[in-house]
Design a protein around this ligand. Structure first.
Ligand code: FES
Length: 108
């Protein structure tokens, strides 16, 4: 079963370049790219640096610590298929950002 979780008003989020939000016990990084919004795991799978603080370019974010790159749409990592991050369905309803979670999402 899936459900949408409200993580705040889009206007209140601080994108630098990503905006970290907490979903249950899990940190997710939101990124704007063009007119779209994307959500990926915030913790880099290499050494857990926050991807929200990386460098965003061309639909990707590069981790600030060792520069691994992650596709914002797929979560794929340039280092290899075993190092991707989870992507999360995200939508904006009446100015509020919602992330879709399922039974695998760690809860508070
Ligand atoms: S911690 Fe992100 S690339 Fe090393």
């Amino acid at each position: 079963m899936t459900t949408w979780v409200d993580v705040g008003a889009l206007a209140d989020l601080k994108f630098a370049p990503g905006a970290p939000v907490k979903v249950g016990e899990h940190w997710v990084a939101l990124f704007r790219d063009g007119g779209d919004l994307f959500a990926i795991d915030n913790a880099c799978p290499h050494a857990s640096a926050p991807l929200c603080d990386g460098t965003q370019f061309g639909g990707k974010v590069a981790c600030w610590m060792h520069h691994w790159e992650f596709d914002l749409r797929s979560g794929a990592c340039d280092v290899g298929k075993d190092w991707g991050v989870r992507t999360w369905p995200v939508r904006v309803v009446d100015g509020r950002v919602q992330i879709q979670v399922d039974a695998s999402t760690p809860r508070a």
